[in-house]
Write a protein that binds this ligand. Structure first.
Ligand code: GRG
Length: 283
């Protein structure tokens, strides 16, 4: 897995340093893309291909394109007009390190250039269009951006558990399901739906874990009380269910992911390793 992460990192660095014009925006793109993300989404694409016994190298750029979209979403999510965060992955957020205008453009450019990365890939045009359709539906207004809109609405309104699930299906789930669906499009079209469904379940489990990590790291590192998000009127799985039920729900979804993996005909071991990596993260 470490070798593959290095390949992803090297390729991302090369794309940003060699295919676009130099200047502050390029510096900001590079800063955020290389700031130490876990590369979960590209790994999901690559490891799904490997699970089917397919060489992932011709598709490395598709994996990088997903990470570029993910990074754009984090840069914009951190902006003063959204979450107004000063730190991301333990480092100054893009707008703190550069300035707000540069961070907006860096996010915009990552989204645009992600499409150019796929357009330049040396694969047949039908597959290229199929990959573009999956990725830009997942990240667009019927996907991640819709989820972000709902998230912003429910910062001011109390969400039910169903509404919370809907937010995360779109905001987090779509960009986790996309790499699995893209792998399906590349090498197992008949499995695409099942792979996407696995991705949405994994995305939900990942989000619940994120909510749990938020409160546990609050208590451990900041001394804030568990469930402090309740005071911010922000609904989370922990604020709605309590930490024990949230943990039980996460475990139930984790088991469901394993069942879905065994419902597919490929190398199960690799995918289980990948799911374990997602679910056992500590940040
Ligand atoms: C601004 C259009 C727009 C969308 C923003 C993804 C997102 C939507 C906001 C990020 C805020 C957030 C905490 C989302 C939950 C999903 C999540 C835990 C994202 C972080 O993903 P990781 O853990 O990040 O894969 P790294 O740092 O490893 O890349």
């Amino acid at each position: 897995m470490e070798t593959i992460i290095k390949e992803i990192n090297d390729r991302l660095e090369k794309i940003i340093t060699t295919t676009i014009k130099k200047g502050d925006v390029q510096d900001a793109m590079l800063y955020s893309v290389m700031a130490g993300g876990k590369r979960l989404r590209p790994l999901l694409l690559i490891n799904t291909l490997r699970s089917y016994g397919v060489d992932y190298h011709p598709y490395l750029d598709a994996a990088c394109a997903i990470e570029m979209i993910h990074t754009y979403s984090l840069i914009h999510d951190d902006l003063p007009g959204m979450d107004n965060d000063d730190l991301r992955r333990g480092k100054p957020t893009c707008h703190k390190q550069f300035d707000e205008a540069t961070a907006i453009l860096a996010g915009d450019a990552l989204l645009n250039e992600s499409m150019n990365v796929i357009l330049r890939m040396n694969i047949n045009n039908d597959l290229k269009i199929h990959l573009l359709q999956i990725l830009y539906k997942a990240s667009g207004m019927n996907g991640m951006i819709y989820g972000q809109q709902q998230d912003m609405y429910f910062e001011k309104h109390q969400a039910t558990l169903e509404e919370l699930q809907d937010i995360h299906h779109y905001k987090t789930g779509c960009l986790i399901a996309a790499p699995l669906a893209m792998a399906g499009a590349i090498c197992a079209p008949a499995d695409q739906e099942k792979l996407s469904d696995l991705g949405f379940t994994l995305g939900l489990a990942f989000q619940i874990q994120d909510d749990i990590l938020d409160v546990t790291s609050d208590t451990e590192t900041l001394g804030k009380p568990v469930g402090s998000d309740i005071e911010n009127h922000k609904s989370t799985y922990v604020s709605l269910l309590g930490i024990e039920k949230a943990r039980a729900y996460e475990e139930q979804l984790f088991q469901s992911c394993l069942e879905k993996v065994y419902g597919l005909t490929f190398n199960h071991g690799l995918m289980i390793e990948m799911i374990n990596k997602v679910m056992k993260r500590v940040n």
